[in-house]
Design a protein around this ligand. Structure first.
Ligand code: PBG
Ligand code: ZN
Length: 333
């Protein structure tokens, strides 16, 4: 018999008890990945004879108008119902851009699939300008003209919403574009169109495969990169100002992008600013994980589950990932 006056033996604290089998692990889990909160990006490109695989992004192609519908049909069967569309038109110009190519793809998708899918459309200029910048250049060609860019972006958002997009998602990083787009949508009777802002989008080296897919590499002589409009990774306070500003301007959903290198900000922002948060696992992040798995150095499904869990733990509701179409398989494996 032990002495009841003995102090409680703290040294015996047994934290492995709740890790010992799959049942107790499942019962105590706090974070869940749900396929209904994953968004699959899609690329549709004008003038390609057949669908073109995107280097580094397993299973992702630049689609033709025809293959786009086939891909979405397959994705719906795989349990994916939320998409983020990037249109890549042939014609490129600086101002008074014609948005009808991408708008036409939206119309076709909605005509075919209706409310079976939720279709967000990326709003930006970089696949439509001759120089690949996300905005209109000034006459000197060494800076992006904010207000001229916002005018073009607003027209794009209107065209996409009129074509039936459920959501428009500006990714350009111009000031006041959320205010301009929300106002234009509301005045056009499109109050139900959701606005997801790429609010906290960093100037990152992880966008490589995407720029091949979207044909959007910046190539102006006077302006080589996007540092003058995307956030500096070394100035996190700017993330707060962007998030608060975009929410105040009428954004419904806020985003952090890329994901993994900015989990610290996703955690802090999602706790402090109670709005729906999205995280974009960008092309370079996804390609890096795929490369690790392809070399046999990681279990592919376990690797992706772990990273998706990190996004949920950090406070994201939705995750934009090139792997959405594999998620059901990965979660079951
Ligand atoms: C461009 C845009 C980018 C992404 C989405 N929209 C890249 C960039 O800023 O060059 C990145 C997506 C990815 O890498 O997966 N407006
Ligand atoms: Zn862009």
């Amino acid at each position: 018999m032990s002495d009841p006056r003995e102090p409680f033996p703290l040294s015996s604290l047994n934290l492995r008890r709740l890790r010992q089998d799959e049942h107790v692990r499942a019962l105590t889990r706090e974070v869940h990945i749900q396929t209904e909160q994953l968004i699959q990006p899609l690329f549709v490109a004008e003038g390609i004879p057949t669908r073109q695989p995107v280097p580094g992004l397993t299973g992702v192609c630049q689609e033709t108008a025809t293959s786009l519908l086939q891909q979405v049909e397959a994705d719906l069967e795989a349990g994916v119902r939320k998409f983020l569309l990037f249109g890549v038109p042939l014609a490129r110009r600086e101002r008074q851009i014609d948005w009808s190519y991408t708008a036409g793809q939206i119309t076709a998708l909605k005509r075919r699939f209706g409310r079976d899918l939720w279709l967000a459309t990326d709003v930006c200029l970089c696949s439509s300008t001759p120089h690949g910048h996300c905005g209109v250049l000034t006459a000197e060609g060494d800076h992006v003209d904010n207000d001229a860019s916002v005018q073009e972006l607003t027209q794009a958002a209107l065209a996409y919403a009129q074509a039936g997009a459920d959501c428009v998602a500006p990714s350009d990083m111009m000031d006041s574009r959320v205010l301009a787009i929300r106002g234009a949508l509301d005045r056009a009777g499109l109050a139900r169109t959701v606005l997801m802002s790429y609010a906290v989008k960093f100037h990152s080296a992880l966008y490589g495969p995407f720029r091949v897919a979207a044909d959007s590499t910046p190539r102006a002589d006077g302006l080589k990169d996007r540092a003058s409009y995307q956030l500096d990774p070394a100035r996190p306070s700017d993330a707060w100002r962007c998030a608060q500003r975009d929410l105040a301007e009428g954004a419904d959903i806020l985003m952090v992008k890329p994901g993994l290198p900015y989990l610290d900000l996703l955690r802090e922002l999602s706790r402090a600013i109670r709005a729906p948060w999205a995280v974009y696992q960008v092309s370079g992040e996804f390609a890096a994980l795929e490369a690790l798995a392809a070399q046999g150095l990681a279990h592919r499904a376990a690797l992706h589950r772990e990273i998706l869990t990190a996004f949920k733990r950090a406070g994201a509701q939705m995750v934009i990932t090139y792997g959405a179409r594999y998620a059901r398989e990965w979660l079951a494996a």
